[in-house]
Write a protein that binds this ligand. Structure first.
Ligand code: HBI
Length: 99
């Protein structure tokens, strides 16, 4: 379940996350989110941080005012795992929920 996704598993899962870019090596997923202002961006980061702590899976990310760039990768398997797919899905849900 949390092992490294192989070449047969990855394509369909990535296709289900159209707003995320996968690096050529297939080891990381990245998406930039844009918000109305810093407060909205930081609220999103707070919600993602709470998810990250609950799942012991943490983003690599950066924030510039209303923009948040999020990258998910699983260092323990040196690539992408289902944990990254779930994390990206959760980010998309939080993004959609902010209205
Ligand atoms: N978060 N995204 C991500 N990837 C990991 O491999 C990871 C993590 N958070 C915690 C974690 N690994 C720990 O289990 C170890 O690094 C100690």
């Amino acid at each position: 379940m949390t092992g490294r996704l192989d070449d047969t598993e990855r394509p369909a899962l990535l296709a289900s996350l159209p707003d995320w870019a996968c690096d050529p090596a297939g080891t990381a997923l990245t998406r930039e989110f844009r918000f109305a202002d810093f407060q909205a961006a930081f609220g999103f980061m707070t919600r993602v941080a709470l998810w990250a702590e609950r799942h012991d899976h943490h983003p690599q990310w950066s924030n510039v005012y209303q923009r948040v760039t999020v990258t998910w990768s699983s260092h323990d398997v040196q690539g992408l795992s289902m944990r990254d797919i779930d994390a990206a899905r959760h980010c998309d849900l939080l993004w959609a929920a902010q209205g």
